[in-house]
Design a protein around this ligand. Sequence first.
Ligand code: FE
Length: 192
Amino acid sequence: MEETPNCLDRFVRDFTQLVDDYSGDETEILRQGRKLLADLVSRDDWLPERHAQPHPQYYQQYLLHADPADRFSVVSFVWGPGQKTPIHNHTVWALIGILRGGERAESFEVGSPGLPMRSLGHEDLGPGTVESISPRTGDVHRVSNLYEDRVSISIHVYGGNIGRISRHVFELATSTPKTFISGYSNESEISA
Ligand code: FE
């Protein structure tokens, strides 16, 4: 990838050190990683324009950094007005920091086969907020732009190369899981 801004460079360097030091210790990675991400999203002057571009129809996921050993990845999520994910899981830990605008995060529990997903409530997150999610405590959720009239951007860190992980989306009415691999919106840049 071409020129990465300094803030992100520093974040990647520090996060790499963190996973070097605490490999396998998810609790400690989330605890310390949360502070690193809070610092990264405390200012909004570093994300390159090309990684902040919304799409008229689809929310965008731009890979900002992939750890060479797939221990973590950093992604910018760019939400057009009113855009949302399907209900999905990650299978790895995640940290979510809001850079611009806001996100609504709704948690779900998978129901018995054929029965609806159970809502566990939602949380609205504003700029500078950092949340963590873990498959250990339940990572089935749906995320949406809090706003119908503007772009929102969040920075996500995952405990693996999230765009390459086989995981699931779930149908709200029946809890039916479907396997998917998300990929990234900037695949051409990654492979270049
Ligand atoms: Fe998610």
